[in-house]
Design a protein around this ligand. Structure first.
Ligand SMILES: Cc1cc2nc3c(=O)[nH]c(=O)nc-3n(C[C@H](O)[C@H](O)[C@H](O)COP(=O)(O)OP(=O)(O)OC[C@H]3O[C@@H](n4cnc5c(N)ncnc54)[C@H](O)[C@@H]3O)c2cc1C
Length: 408
């Protein structure tokens, strides 16, 4: 187990500087254009693939870094560049982690390379769980997967919504109900291979922020996939369902919710994205406050402005510390006895919303225009309190964990 540290080692500093260079030189200059276009920035993803940032190898290296700081450091730098473009670069990772966490070695080896493609022909992947009537309440999911034993195929029907890269992905990972009696314990994940008949894109959403990231509905209409596309395989699923039925019969003994443990481990990464956006806005505001003069002196000479900057920086540093702690706990298998993963996401996302609003205020009229990036950063920041569990859901999880109540 690695000791908790607040200091990046030399190798991590090198990676951080390299990522920062990419964020500053490639992502940031393209941010306003792709925000206006509201399209996936394929050329930027390709650039990231060419230098090795858009690849499973890169994420695996950061993911398995025993200090736990690899992923938060990478997310913070890329999202410092621009949240929409960075999400287009890291969105595939959400689907890849779904396969890494639940797939067999063969599934990992077959599907993850197809999610990324190669630098000359980049692909993206989508993770599709949310539905129109199942957002925070995942147990209300309706998309149904039925096994056709004669053909060894699964037949999937339903509508997914809010899928990042939905419909434009080469590979979709879809969560569906296999046993409706078991609530969220009766769900399973499936690979939908490229070109599967029956999968189509529904509406593409026009969003408030992160507009360079594609978000759409995914419709599954009798989509048939081979039995081998069930993540983890049929035998493991049957065992899991049998255990869940047994527990349900014996009065629902409280068990650790595996999905919740996964969320605790993945939420700090979203917290780190929020830290990146907050830091970006704070830096613009600090720079502006030092140079903008009113009443014959820089506006930072007013305590009303300087104290705001002091609060902004304090919150950002506090958010980063919560994120780093939770990431270290996740990598080192520490139990999240106080939902520390959710805490980090809650605090960092609320910080990003607040800090980006303060940045607009410090830039005055300029902050309110698209000539300056803080307006975009504020729109982008609003997503962090919504996806991967809203702030209310984070509070619910923290409160239930503290009180010992079951989290469904
Ligand atoms: C840009 C974007 C990208 C996304 N990407 C993906 C993706 O790639 N894959 C995917 O599967 N999903 C994705 N999502 C979906 C996202 O995770 C959901 O939007 C989120 O979980 C909230 O669900 P909902 O939108 O249905 O809101 P609802 O669950 O309807 O919530 C509405 C409001 O009610 C509150 N609320 C709900 N229940 C409670 C409660 N018990 N107590 C207190 N308050 C409550 C919520 O906090 C919220 O404020 C994405 C969403 C967006 C906007």
């Amino acid at each position: 187990m690695a000791e908790f540290t607040m200091e990046l080692n030399d190798e991590q500093k090198e990676v951080r500087d390299w990522l920062h260079g990419f964020a500053a030189d490639v992502i940031r200059p393209a941010a306003a254009e792709w925000d206006e276009r509201e399209e996936t920035p394929w050329p930027v993803i390709q650039e990231a693939a060419k230098v090795g940032i858009y690849s499973l190898d890169f994420y695996a290296q950061q993911y398995f870094d025993a200090t736990g700081l690899g992923i938060p450091m990478a997310m913070e730098e890329l999202f410092w560049g621009d949240a929409g473009i960075a999400l287009s670069i890291v969105g595939t990772g959400l689907a890849a982690v779904g396969v890494l966490a639940n797939g067999t070695e063969e599934q990992i080896g077959t599907w993850i390379p197809q999610m990324y493609g190669d630098p000359n022909d980049v692909k993206v992947a989508a993770f599709c769980s949310s539905e129109p009537d199942a957002g925070s309440d995942v147990a209300s999911m309706r998309t149904r997967a039925v096994y056709d034993e004669a053909k060894d195929e699964w037949v999937i029907n339903g509508t997914k919504t809010w899928a990042t890269n939905g419909g434009i992905a080469n590979v979709h990972v879809v969560v569906a109900v296999v046993d409706p009696e078991l609530g969220s314990k009766g769900h399973a994940s499936f690979i939908i291979p490229p070109g599967t008949p029956g999968l189509s894109q529904g509406q593409k959403f026009k969003k408030h922020g992160i507009r360079a990231s594609h978000t759409a509905e995914v419709v599954l209409d009798d989509a048939r996939v081979p039995g081998s596309c069930l993540l983890g395989g049929k035998e493991k699923l049957d065992e899991r369902l049998a255990r869940a039925r047994e527990r349900a019969k014996s009065g629902g003994e409280r068990v650790k919710n595996a999905a919740m443990a996964t969320f605790e481990a993945s939420r700090p990464a979203v917290g780190a994205m929020a830290v990146g956006t907050a830091r970006a806005a704070y830096e613009v505001a600090l720079d502006y406050a030092r140079t903008r003069e009113q009443f014959g002196r820089p506006i930072i000479d007013n305590q009303g402005v300087a104290f705001q900057l002091a609060d902004m920086r304090t919150s950002i540093d506090a958010a980063r510390l919560l994120v780093w702690r939770a990431s270290w706990m996740a990598v080192n298998g520490k139990p999240f006895t106080a939902a520390e993963g959710s805490m980090s996401k809650l605090f960092a996302s609320e910080t990003a919303k607040k800090v980006t609003a303060q940045a607009i205020q410090i830039l005055g009229g300029n902050g309110y225009t698209r000539e300056y990036p803080v307006e975009r950063m504020h729109r982008d920041a609003a997503i962090y309190t919504i996806f991967e569990g809203t702030s209310e859901v984070q509070r619910l999880v923290i409160a239930r964990t503290l009180s010992g109540m079951p989290i469904r």
